[in-house]
Ligand binder design. Sequence first.
Ligand code: NI
Length: 172
Amino acid sequence: MSTYEILTIPHPSLKTVANPVGAVDGSVKKQMETMLETMYAARGIGLAANQVNILNRVLVMDVSDREEGEKAPICMANPEIVWRSEEMSSMDEGCLSIPGQYALVERPMAVKVRYWDVTGEEKLFEGEGLASHCVQHEIDHLNGILCIDYLSKLKRNMIVRKVEKMKRCGEL
Ligand code: NI
């Protein structure tokens, strides 16, 4: 079992647009598995490739209630939002690259996402509520966008400084 190192802000890879994958080949499949291990080890519900310094359009997520012991991993390559609800939802979002901080983000309450799964098959994901926020948050990562980018510049800078201070103090 291996894991990747998770980058924290303000690493430049977190502000970079990731490239589509040509196919879900052996190396992409391995990457998805290692990203899942990394996400579970960090107790996250989603992880995008940029966060582990790989600039391809791959994300993993699992929004199931892990207290129940049931895992429901989802791996996506080249995810694309094909439908958004008009109804909006606001939720406090956390991010493994912005430890200990939260941002209140408003997004469509429900989305449909077309993607390639771990076998390379095209699938449609329908998410609502937490699952909708999570998949949009991870797709944002692939576009170099962070949840704190939805905050005012003042709040965003405050969070960046807090995380930088945590790093300087060896808390990360
Ligand atoms: Ni994140």
